[in-house]
Ligand binder design. Sequence first.
Ligand SMILES: Cc1ncc(COP(=O)(O)O)c(C=O)c1O
Length: 391
Amino acid sequence: MRYKRHRYFIAERVNLIQRSKIRELFEKARKIENVISLGIGEPDFDTPDNIKEAAKRALDEGWTHYTPNAGIPELRQAISEYYREMYNLDVPTDNIIVTAGAYEATYLAFETLLERGDEVIIPDPAFVCYAEDAKLAEAGIVRLPLREENGFQPDPDELLELITKRTRMIVINYPNNPTGATMDEETAKAVADIAEDYNLYILSDEPYEHFLYDGAKHYPMLKYAPDNTILANSFSKTFAMTGWRLGFAIAPKDIIRDMIKLHAYVIGNVASFVQVAGIEALRSPKSWEAVEKMREEYAERRKIVLDAIKEMPYISAFEPKGAFYIFANIKETGMTSEEFSEWLLEKAKVVVIPGTAFGKNGEGYVRISYATKKEKLIEAMKRMKKALEEL
Ligand SMILES: Cc1ncc(COP(=O)(O)O)c(C=O)c1O
């Protein structure tokens, strides 16, 4: 069979979506030998064995059919128990929908709650999907600058200034991608108060909640503004399950009901045996031991990168306490973030992501991911140091 046409009409809403700029850099890197990528945003670990075994068992036991759209009741129950144990929060199962990762949870929230003419406040820099989801929902995008001197946390006064009559939602993501920043309790409370005062939704994307270092704590927005918060969460990072596509959203019951309506026609339900494995992930001490081991390993790698950067000229790093990213300041090199990333790839064969991939305010920074084996990280740091010393 051969297709004869080369041009097709594509709807404007999809034309508006930007393909990730990161992709181009990866394409370039693929053609160069011996490249070390610190560009990856996913755990290099394998999913813990007990979770894999649970999925295999589920298949053998006949978990091969449709499930309720919102997810199997036992998994929703396990998610509810998890919030009770972890944060002492009571989340009824009716307030939970099981989704294909945090991506879907976020998409459903935007589509369900925003419409043409609404405004959504998205931090800058921020993970790439929020702005694209906003475009699909035809909402106006207002960017809230995050600054290194504030530890890349939102400044509540600046947030207040951006609110108009049309503002409907604020996006919050801590621990943060791309900066690795965590949010302190005072800021979480301030954002919650603003959301309550101005009747705004908070889309709080929290997939890195377990990757915390140097005694940092996570403050889930759900705790401070339950009526306003749509929480997006995921098994992807916590249990190294990116390929399984398992996540969930928690929100007021009426909102979840409408998110389920949309989800029912797009995804139907997350794969049944994947959901069963999710119950094992949340309930078995074995998976939590594995999570702690991963966290300890990330903590060591984080130190390797931060210590190495201190020895390099022209580059410095704010010491982030979460996720697995360092957002390094490269302003002293005189290069733009994109120039720096290209230069580093050519000169040192190391991939880092230009900060501008996450918004205009990412100019002057590059994102370094330490979700990479220690030996490779050490080698990458050596190469970076040499390249910078020769600059
Ligand atoms: C902040 C953030 N949100 C959401 C996602 C998507 O995660 P999931 O695999 O759960 O869809 C990612 C993945 O990199 C992320 O970094």
